[in-house]
Design a protein around this ligand. Structure first.
Ligand code: SR1
Ligand code: MG
Length: 429
């Protein structure tokens, strides 16, 4: 079966890309020299797209092109090319609100669903660095700035109502990528579904318990309805450690193709979920028991610093740039009104924290029981060790989602993660 694609679209290979880029002055100028001498390799290791690294005598360029299907599964799962349009729109806005924290865009071709951007070198995908045990001192500060700025400036706290509605309309068409999230994160891990997979037989009792858990099904459904209906801000939509490229000095957020106007906690939760999953996975990466203890401490401190930094920065933005139509200033102009607004800002952040923990939990569960897993856990060859780490993650996630009020602070979450990391779960098999 050949998938239908719009006129003018073709999936590039290294050779056709060379000819194409030679005619794009903004790109050819960055690379320098003759097109025939450029080194081009396809390096995409994500679930969805083609990614090329192109190097010339003067510099490098990264080229991302959407395929008309999901790369992870193949042509049996068609996927609209328009996701490149949403990615380009989100990347442009993120660059505006969080300067220096995204790759620079050099060229966008709507027909080819192709974005040429800054080649980030010597950056690596954060997930790989964390598996190797690399500390990233700037990560928590940079990611909390990215999340606070992109979420605040696209929310009703900063935008006028009409501008916000324009943004909702602009992203409303990203339905297929939202559907992936709705199915793979909020639905399938909680039922028998063909696409689910887990470390069997060790995790069988945990997967079965989740399918039988009525409280959890209500909690995940509340989160799903929030994801579907709460257009709070432009969210990245897939803000895991595979969407961060960095060095010890520089951090960039890539890949916002799942972007749409959704709940802010989905982004902040994604960051926390991926840090916690990596924390639990360390048992499978350390050379000897305890050898990664210092790294574990860093991962948990980065988790705390991310949330606490985000909270502080978001509140400061609100105090200094609260120009949106929400919380109208005349309603809070009196001395008493100012106090009420300060208290309400705290209450707003407490609600956002509860959402963050719920979405973080959903993201942890989907990476252990659903279709798409994390290499942090997948690369643990000893399946019993892997299942032990996964059972710990599932247990924390279930509690965060159902007993959210037991976690009033991020410190409560990391303390519970530490306790669970010392727990020996009773595995199946
Ligand atoms: C079927 S695509 C699987 C996952 O990859 C992306 O990174 C998103 O997280 C999506 O859910
Ligand atoms: Mg991605």
């Amino acid at each position: 079966m050949t998938l239908e694609v719009p006129p003018g679209y073709r999936a590039h290979d290294a050779q056709s890309l060379r000819f194409y880029l030679a005619d794009i002055p903004a790109v050819a100028g960055k690379l320098g020299g003759a097109a025939a001498d450029w080194a081009i390799e396809e390096v995409g290791d994500g679930n969805l797209n083609l990614v090329f690294k192109v190097r010339g005598p003067d510099g490098g360029v990264a080229v991302k092109q959407a395929l008309p299907y999901l790369r992870l599964v193949g042509e049996a799962w068609p996927l609209p090319l328009e996701r490149a349009h949403f990615e380009h729109m989100a990347l442009s806005r993120e660059g505006r609100y969080a300067p220096g924290l995204t790759p620079e865009i050099y060229h966008y071709d709507e027909t080819l669903a192709l974005i040429a951007m800054e080649l980030l070198e010597p950056h690596i995908i954060m997930r790989h660095g964390m598996i190797a045990g690399t500390v990233y001192p700037k990560f928590a500060g940079d990611l909390s700035t990215f999340a606070a700025n992109t979420l605040f400036f696209t929310s009703d706290l900063a935008l006028k109502a009409a501008e916000k509605k324009e943004l909702i309309a602009a992203f409303a068409g990203n339905t297929e990528l939202c559907r992936i999230t709705e199915e793979l994160i909020f639905t399938e891990p909680y039922m028998v579904a063909e696409r689910n997979r887990w470390t069997a037989p060790y995790l069988d009792p945990f997967a079965a318990a989740i399918r039988e858990d009525g409280d959890l099904k209500v909690a995940i459904s509340r989160l799903k309805v929030k994801f579907m209906g709460s257009a709070e801000a432009m969210i990245h939509g897939d803000l895991h450690t595979g969407s961060v490229m960095l060095t010890e000095e520089d951090t960039r957020v890539i890949d916002p193709e799942f972007a749409f106007m959704g709940p802010m906690g989905f982004d902040t939760g994604a960051v926390i979920a991926n840090l916690l999953l990596n924390y639990f996975s360390q048992v499978g990466h350390e050379e000897a028991p305890g050898a990664r203890d210092e790294y574990r401490r860093w991962v948990l401190s980065a988790t705390r610093d991310f949330w606490n930094g985000f909270r502080e920065k978001f509140l400061r933005l609100w105090e200094e740039n609260g120009t949106g139509d929400a919380y109208p200033a005349p309603l809070f102009a009196s001395p008493e009104g100012k106090l009420r607004l300060a208290a309400e800002r705290e209450a707003y952040m407490a609600r956002l924290f509860a959402d963050t923990l719920g979405f973080a939990a959903a993201k942890m569960i989907r990476r252990i029981l659903g279709l798409a897993h994390n290499i942090d856990l997948e690369h643990i060859a000893d399946e019993r060790v892997r299942a032990t780490a996964e059972a710990r993650g599932l247990t924390l996630a279930r509690d965060m989602m159902v007993n959210t009020e037991a976690y009033p602070s991020i410190e409560a979450v990391t303390a519970q993660a530490e306790r669970l990391n010392a727990w020996e779960p009773k595995l199946g098999g």
